[in-house]
Design a protein around this ligand. Structure first.
Ligand SMILES: NC(=O)c1ccc[n+]([C@@H]2O[C@H](COP(=O)([O-])OP(=O)(O)OC[C@H]3O[C@@H](n4cnc5c(N)ncnc54)[C@H](OP(=O)(O)O)[C@@H]3O)[C@@H](O)[C@H]2O)c1
Length: 260
């Protein structure tokens, strides 16, 4: 791949960090955008060599002011953007009856309005690339109801954003696709207090595993591989696609007995 400039939101942890590491290993200029310095430090324990290679910046994707600062930073330092991965996201618990309005709004703000705000802010730099790729990290929970109403709705909205933008931005040679992961081992459940501790997290994974035809839950690299393909010129004619990367969980149904 020709050396390019990519911005990954939520690049300090989990799936985003694996994408950042993969792109940096190919020699690209990678910018990672996330909120807390602590999580960046935690990520660097996993990938110590990234500290000097990657431009780790801080900001909240759901803040218009932060998005403008990000645009300024990228414009002044690099002048162009070849790819954007809208990966940053949060997870909140709750059904219609149990979720608070505050949690509902927070989830929609970060997972849906955030990608809209940051994509809009960076659009002039994506257009400048002449040919660019946007990848939205959605979820299988956006394709069929998951365990959190706000999360599922936010990801279903993100998939429509993908389809809409693919049509809107195609004339600028900007491709837009969704990658919809199944359950992947990251920090999202613990950091967002969806499970109380590591023991409950492992118990949750053990319970989920038999529902996956391939018999395993995912690793961040499983998702990063697809994202890197969609960012590359090999995916030059792919736009508006919603692509599950999920160990086959989308074909799970009641007729297939779960593996013990
Ligand atoms: N793990 C799974 O099972 C799974 C399954 C399907 C889909 N996904 C999706 O995959 C994406 C990545 O999730 P993950 O599992 O890798 O989670 P993670 O380990 O918790 O990482 C989330 C990243 O997003 C950043 N972030 C959160 N809110 C942000 C905001 N408002 N502005 C900027 N950055 C923000 C976090 O850093 P700060 O908190 O410091 O900002 C962190 O870098 C999410 O969109 C998630 O919904 C995950």
């Amino acid at each position: 791949m020709k050396k390019k400039v990519f911005l990954i939101s939520g690049g300090s942890s989990g799936i985003g960090l694996a994408i950042v590491a993969g792109l940096a290993a190919e020699g690209h200029q990678v910018i990672s955008l996330s909120r807390s310095r602590e999580k960046i430090k935690r990520g660097m324990k996993q990938y110590p060599d990234l500290e000097n290679k990657v431009d780790f910046i801080t900001g909240d994707i759901s803040s218009e002011q932060d998005a403008e600062n990000v645009w300024k930073h990228v414009a002044e330092k690099y002048g162009v953007l070849h790819g954007l991965v809208n990966n940053a996201g949060v997870l909140t618990k709750g059904t219609m009856e149990t979720i608070s309005v505050e949690d509902w709004k927070f989830t929609l703000d970060v997972n849906l309005t955030g990608p809209y705000i940051i994509t809009k802010a960076l659009l002039p730099l994506l257009k400048k690339a002449g040919s660019a790729s946007v990848v939205n990290i959605s979820s299988v929970a956006g394709l069929k109801p998951g365990t959190s109403v706000a999360y599922s709705v936010s990801k279903a909205g993100m998939d429509m954003l993908t389809r809409f933008l693919a049509g809107d931005l195609g004339p600028y040679k900007i491709r837009v696709n969704s990658v919809n992961p199944g359950l992947v081992r990251t920090n999202i459940h613990l950091d967002n207090k969806v499970v109380a501790d590591r023991e409950s997290y492992e118990a949750m994974l053990d319970k989920a595993r038999p529902r996956y035809p391939l018999g395993e839950i995912g690793e961040p690299e499983d998702i990063a591989n697809m994202v890197m393909f969609l960012l590359s010129d090999d995916a030059a004619w792919i736009s508006g696609s919603i692509i599950p990367v999920d160990g086959g969980v989308m074909v799970e149904n009641d007729l297939i007995p779960p593996k013990k």
